[in-house]
Write a protein that binds this ligand. Structure first.
Ligand SMILES: Nc1ncnc2c1ncn2[C@@H]1O[C@H](COP(=O)(O)OP(=O)(O)O)[C@@H](O)[C@H]1O
Ligand SMILES: Cc1ncsc1CCOP(=O)(O)O
Ligand SMILES: [Mg+2]
Length: 277
């Protein structure tokens, strides 16, 4: 069968397996400037996927360190005034050196401080922006929307038009996580349909999948939309497989990491569920 005749349902799983295999083969170095809550799960997510995390955020070392990374993840979850210059410096350097960087606008609608910080970071050209429904709506409208802090009060699908508008305005790939993970470049829209609802009950799963997106994009910058959808799907598959041994959020966290580490080709090919929307 010619590839253009292959059904989408089999093309995406193979693409996703290629991304995961490349991350495992190359073990990209991912710099994470992230919140205190997420550091542990994010680093363990990257390690179990085969990437190499480094939580390095001091402005004093960014000029030496950032030129050596394969991608950068910036997360404003516990933003404070003294961390913001380091975020800008690292993003600026990454963009200048042609390295992809990914923004996680945690709770962007919760304060003017967060919103202004994200609007400044958007000028430094992130390759991908990943947030939950409420975060993407707030950022796209540049407004302090009703928010439950770091959690979403919207379904991902509610943020579809906002995601497209944000992608058009910034040139970034925009991903909205939720029951369906939506990924768009402003025109094309795909949905990753993996995962389990209990993943929302573990803090920092959103942050961690954003870092995983950075790892996937680092191995194929020219296909950032495909890399983003694949990372979201792989994380969701790890959640689904982990769920079969879990009793609640704490054990899901452990089994999810184990499942990500052990994910094999057969499971990826049979479970990855990405479709055009
Ligand atoms: N209802 C759901 N069903 C399946 N997976 C979900 C559901 N809600 C969230 N997830 C998954 O949980 C992870 C975190 O997403 P989310 O909770 O939306 O992010 P955040 O922590 O930033 O609010 C993502 O991988 C997402 O796909
Ligand atoms: C609870 C909390 N408070 C500030 S950052 C953070 C972690 C949020 O992680 P996620 O957005 O991935 O759930
Ligand atoms: Mg969360």
């Amino acid at each position: 069968m010619k590839s253009e005749e292959e059904p989408e349902t089999s093309v995406w799983p193979r693409k996703t397996w290629t991304f995961l295999s490349e991350v495992r083969r190359r073990s990209p170095l991912i710099q994470c400037i992230t919140n205190f809550v997420s550091m542990d799960l994010m680093a363990n997510t990257l390690l179990s996927a085969g990437a190499s995390p480094a939580m390095i955020h001091s402005s004093d070392e960014i000029p030496d360190f950032t030129p050596h990374v394969h991608a950068l993840c910036i997360n404003i979850g516990t933003l404070s005034g003294d961390w913001f210059p380091a975020m800008k410096l690292a993003a600026e350097l990454s963009s200048k050196l042609g390295k992809p960087w990914v923004l996680d606008p945690v709770a962007v609608g919760a304060s003017r401080f967060r919103l202004n910080a994200c609007l400044e970071l958007l000028k430094l050209k992130p390759a991908v922006i990943r947030g939950n429904g409420s975060e993407i709506i707030a950022l796209s409208k540049a407004s302090m929307e009703s928010t439950k802090g770091v959690d979403s009060s919207h379904e991902s699908i509610d943020a579809l038009e906002s995601a497209k508008a944000l992608a058009e305005a910034t040139g970034a790939i925009v991903a909205v996580s939720g029951a369906i993970d939506i990924v768009t470049d402003g025109k094309r829209v795909v949905g990753a349909n993996n995962g389990v609802a209990m993943m929302q009950r573990i803090t920092a799963t959103g942050c961690s999948v954003t870092a995983l997106i950075a790892a996937f994009v680092s191995v194929d910058q020219l296909h950032a939309l495909e890399a983003t959808a694949s990372a979201l799907s792989v994380f969701g598959v790890a959640g689904e497989m982990g769920m079969s041994n879990a009793n609640g959020p704490a054990s899901l966290r452990m089994h999810m990491i184990d499942s990500l580490y052990g994910l094999d080709e057969a499971s990826v090919l049979s479970r990855v569920n990405i479709t055009s929307l």
